[in-house]
Write a new protein. Structure first.
Length: 139
């Protein structure tokens, strides 16, 4: 049995999931994992910053799950703590916060088809598919 990737395989970026609201984040993590994403759960914005410095997670998609009025991760993102990395905020309650530029706000109740579409767009690398297996190019 071969251990390589199938032709046309596209390696999805990992999802760094900030669980500001743990119960909602646990449900979302389960959904994303069922869709084939590698989810890295973290408890707070500082932990997310640390994870995103690791080489294997450096291209990760930042998703914050917060049922609070003011999201700690969103505040850090607005202050520039994540550079030009996009942020998907799920459940934020600040009515003045709107999707714009690299910020994607998903309100409650969550429409999973729209959320997954946004995450799929951000998690799919630009460029040609990865056609290499662990030992080199696939035939």
């Amino acid at each position: 049995m071969g251990g390589g990737r199938p032709p046309g395989y596209v390696a999805l970026r990992p999802i760094v999931l900030v669980a500001e609201t743990p119960s909602l984040a646990t449900s979302l993590a389960g959904l994303l994992e069922a869709e084939g994403y590698r989810v890295i759960p973290v408890p707070d914005a500082r932990s997310a910053q640390h994870v995103l410095t690791r080489p294997k997670e450096a291209e990760g998609v930042l998703v914050a799950v917060s049922n609070a009025y003011a999201s700690e991760t969103t505040r850090a993102w607005q202050e520039g703590s994540y550079g030009d990395r996009p942020l998907v905020l799920v459940g934020g309650r600040d009515p003045m916060l709107r999707s714009h530029g690299q910020l994607f706000v998903v309100r409650l109740p969550i429409r999973f088809d729209e959320l997954l579409g946004t995450i799929r767009q951000l998690a799919t690398p630009a460029g040609p598919p990865d056609t290499t297996g662990p030992l080199g190019p696939l035939d």
